[in-house]
Write a protein that binds this ligand. Structure first.
Ligand code: IMP
Ligand code: MG
Length: 182
C-alpha cells in the first residue's frame, strides 16, 4: 500500500492539529444553543469515518450521531457520477441543529443535496464541516461553515478517503502514483 503513494499532501500531525482547532471552533459556536436544543452530527459514509471519529472527541457537547450513506464514485472512478442518498435519511430531524461531516468538498453535489434534504425534513439549522476542500471554483462556491484544508485539485486518498475502496486506512492524506489509478 505504501509503495503506491506518490507524495503526502497533508500529514497526520497537521490533521490532528487542525481537527482540534475545528473542534474548538464548532464547540464555541454550539455555546449559543439552549440546553433543550438537540445537536446531531451526521457523518457522510464512508469517507468521513476517521474524520468524524477524531472530530467528535474534540466536541465535548451532548450530541447524537446519525450516519447517512451517499454514493457518488462507483468503483474505480475519480470524478463524480451523480449523487445518491442510499437507505434514506435518519428519522427525527425536525427542529434539530445538524452538523454534516464529510471528508472532502469536490463538485459540492453531495453537500448541496444533503443540506437541502435535511432542511426539507424540518431541521432547524444545518451546518457543514469538511476536512478537505479542493481548490476549484465549484467547491469554493458551495456554502460550507468549517473547512479543514484547502488542497490542490488532485485526487487524494487516506484518512478515510478511498480509491476504488482502498487506502482509507492511510493515516495521512496522499496522492497516488499515476500508474496505480486506472
Ligand atoms: P462532491 O459531491 O463532488 O463534492 O464529492 C464529494 C465526495 O466525493 C466525497 O465525499 C468523497 O467521497 C468523494 N471524493 C471527492 N474527491 C475525492 C478525492 O480526491 N479522493 C477520494 N474521494 C473523493
Ligand atoms: Mg464521501
Amino acid at each position: 500500500m505504501l509503495d503506491d503513494i506518490e507524495r503526502i499532501l497533508v500529514t497526520r500531525e497537521q490533521i490532528a492539529r487542525r481537527v482540534a482547532e475545528l473542534g474548538q471552533q464548532i464547540s464555541r459556536d454550539l455555546n449559543r444553543l439552549r440546553d433543550e436544543d438537540e445537536f446531531v452530527m451526521i457523518p457522510v459514509l464512508t469517507g468521513s469515518i476517521i474524520f468524524v471519529a477524531d472530530l467528535m472527541r474534540q466536541i465535548p457537547k451532548k450530541v447524537r450521531i446519525s450516519v447517512v450513506t451517499v454514493s457518488s464514485y462507483p468503483g474505480p472512478a475519480t470524478s463524480s457520477k451523480g449523487v445518491e442518498i442510499i437507505g434514506g435519511l435518519p428519522d427525527d430531524l425536525a427542529d434539530r441543529y445538524i452538523l454534516i461531516v464529510d471528508d472532502i468538498l469536490d463538485s459540492g453535489s453531495t453537500i448541496q443535496i444533503l443540506r437541502k434534504a435535511l432542511l426539507d425534513r424540518g431541521a432547524r439549522s444545518v451546518r457543514v464541516c469538511v476536512l478537505l476542500r479542493k481548490d476549484i471554483p465549484e467547491a469554493k462556491e458551495v456554502k460550507c461553515e468549517y473547512v479543514g484544508f484547502d488542497i490542490p485539485n488532485e485526487f487524494v486518498v487516506g484518512y478515510g478517503l478511498d480509491y476504488d475502496h482502498y487506502y482509507r486506512n492511510l493515516p495521512d492524506v496522499a496522492v497516488l502514483k499515476k500508474d496505480v489509478m486506472r
